[in-house]
Design a protein. Structure first.
Length: 547
């Protein structure tokens, strides 16, 4: 079943004439939750069929039962409801693995009836896979998806089709840029006319090839819109809705400015009537791909947001990492606080006086949760009867192809475990002052090496692409049956600075040697000269005596 969701910021539109009205909000969208709550409270009958979706973007830190429960109860209070139909989690920093704690607590609240369904927002494919392969019942991932930004059409779509999770697509009109208003315009609108949303999506336009490429796309959209007797926006959103893993497109409205909810019903028709030839014409428009995976615009440069700068959020997220470790008094050793470290006297990571960091063998666990241990539950969206259990295998031949295996009792998702273990490694490096770029050697120990070496190597390759540390991948037994892979890492800090210091030292040594040789030479010359003079005097005396 496909849906159109009305996106609610501060401006809210709720149409009681529609049989099923959905609204998408967040804890940080101004007073959106309060306004919807006011409508629900005063229109109980009209709001009975309303699907309430909101997001929770927690401040980085501990995700205890108390903190998570308080956050969800606040959503319920603001929305004047006893249950959030879809609660969507956003997480800033994957190196902080406490999103596993948050998900675990959300499942408890779901079982209590405070949450209907659990979704995520702006998760990339690898970390959505971590959640799914660990048994968390995530039904949706809300991500940017449009004709300008097709990142979700690749690996994300493959994962969702295999598992039953679905994409909720926002940004399908690129902040209004994919409309007639900007067709045949020679340049973008002036700064005074740009909304925050438009500022954001103009950054996408830049990455996709610039304003002229957008005009190429708009001209093709306009031709198809005329053929289908609709608007450019209907074709743009209809194309997204027609994608196989998309359950809903999210259409933004601003009360008194852009309320087109009745017109948006055309999106359904267009999504079903688009022909293969029309789709090929849209595909033929030459656009540069948006870099990275879904959600990367909030975590990595180029930050494709309205401000183009998320440093404040990311700094807070990075600072919170130190809370996850016990740090020695000299700051050179860290532990993750496990029983094993205390019992067998070892550290999670150690920094040496020479600037090296050594990270101990790291596996994919978080507290008492083993990552990648649950086979996926795959079913047609909304159809529990069709569910089956599957688990993924990655094979690399030219390009990565994802194959999902439907054998029974499959566990130990090696790819997901490698990604999660590397997240933990990155966190340890950061707390000791290092970064992924400082890594010089990795060691991967794979339990079932004949089967799992490819997914492990694939995850390693994605993380270290362009950095290329020395690597060893071997097969070997691991302690604990839940682990498919264990990873050790060595890093050297400030390599450039160390090299410069080394060069400066070599220069000083050379200068000292030259000075020493110079003075030795002067001394030798002086000694030689004095000896020659004395010998000359003696010879002259002897010569006079002989004559």
């Amino acid at each position: 079943m496909k849906f159109i969701v009305i996106l609610l910021y501060i401006y809210i539109y709720v149409s009681s004439s529609q049989k099923h009205q959905q609204s998408d909000m967040a804890d940080h969208y101004g007073s959106a939750e309060l306004l919807v709550g006011k409508f629900i409270e005063s229109n109980r009958e009209k709001a009975r069929n309303m699907v309430v979706m909101t997001k929770w973007c927690p401040k980085p830190g501990e995700m205890s039962e108390k903190i998570v429960r308080a956050a969800i109860e606040e959503r319920l209070k603001r929305l004047c409801t006893k249950r959030v139909d879809v609660l969507q989690l956003h997480w800033w920093n994957y190196r902080d693995t406490r999103y596993i704690d948050a998900m675990r607590e959300l499942v408890i609240l779901q079982n209590e009836g405070l949450i209907g369904n659990i979704g995520v927002t702006n998760f990339d494919t690898a970390h959505l896979r971590i959640l799914l392969s660990s048994g968390f019942p995530v039904i949706s991932n809300q991500v940017c998806f449009s004709l300008l930004d097709r990142r979700a059409s690749g690996k994300m779509t493959d994962l969702c089709l295999a598992t039953g999770c679905r994409i909720l697509a926002f940004g399908c009109l690129a902040g209004g840029l994919l409309t007639e208003r900007y067709l045949n315009q020679s340049s973008p609108p002036p700064l005074s006319e740009r909304t925050d949303s438009m500022k954001k999506y103009l950054r996408f336009v830049r990455e996709a090839g610039g304003w002229s490429r957008l005009q190429d796309l708009l001209r093709v959209l306009n031709e198809i819109a005329k053929e289908l007797n609709c608007k450019i926006a209907h074709v743009a959103a209809g194309w997204v809705l027609s994608q196989p893993a998309v359950a809903s497109v999210i259409v933004g409205v601003r009360l008194g400015h852009s309320d087109r909810s009745d017109s948006n019903k055309e999106i359904f028709r267009v999504s079903e009537e688009l022909t293969q030839r029309q789709i090929e014409r849209l595909d033929s428009v030459r656009l540069d791909p948006i870099p990275g995976d879904c959600g990367d615009e909030y975590r990595k440069p180029p930050f494709l947001t309205s401000t183009g700068d998320l440093s404040e959020h990311l700094q807070d997220a990075n600072k919170a990492l130190s809370e996850m470790f016990t740090i020695s008094s000299d700051g050179k050793r860290i532990g993750s606080g496990t029983f094993w470290e205390k019992e067998f006297s070892y550290s999670r990571a150690v920094r040496t006086p020479q600037g090296g960091i050594h990270v101990a063998g790291t596996t994919a666990t978080h507290r008492n949760v083993s990552i990648g241990q649950a086979a996926f539950t795959s079913y047609l969206f909304g159809d529990e009867k069709s569910k089956k259990r599957v688990a993924p295998r990655f094979w690399v031949e030219g390009e990565t192809e994802t194959i999902y295996d439907d054998r029974e009792n499959i566990a130990n998702d090696a790819y997901a475990q490698t990604v999660f273990a590397l997240d933990k490694v990155e966190g340890a490096l950061y707390v000791l002052g290092g970064h992924l770029e400082d890594v010089v050697r990795t060691r991967l120990i794979v339990r079932n090496v004949d089967v799992d070496w490819r997914p492990v190597a694939q995850a390693h390759g994605e993380r270290f692409r362009g950095l290329n540390p020395a690597n060893t991948l071997i097969g070997g037994p691991l302690v604990g049956t839940n682990y498919a892979v264990e990873i050790e890492v060595d890093a050297v800090l400030e390599k450039k600075k160390n090299m410069e210091m080394s060069n400066e030292g070599e220069s000083r040594d050379k200068n000292l040697l030259l000075k020493l040789l110079f003075f030795m030479g002067v001394t030798l010359v002086s000694t030689y000269s004095l000896t020659s003079i004395m010998q000359g005097v003696i010879n002259r005396k002897n010569g006079k005596g002989r004559r």
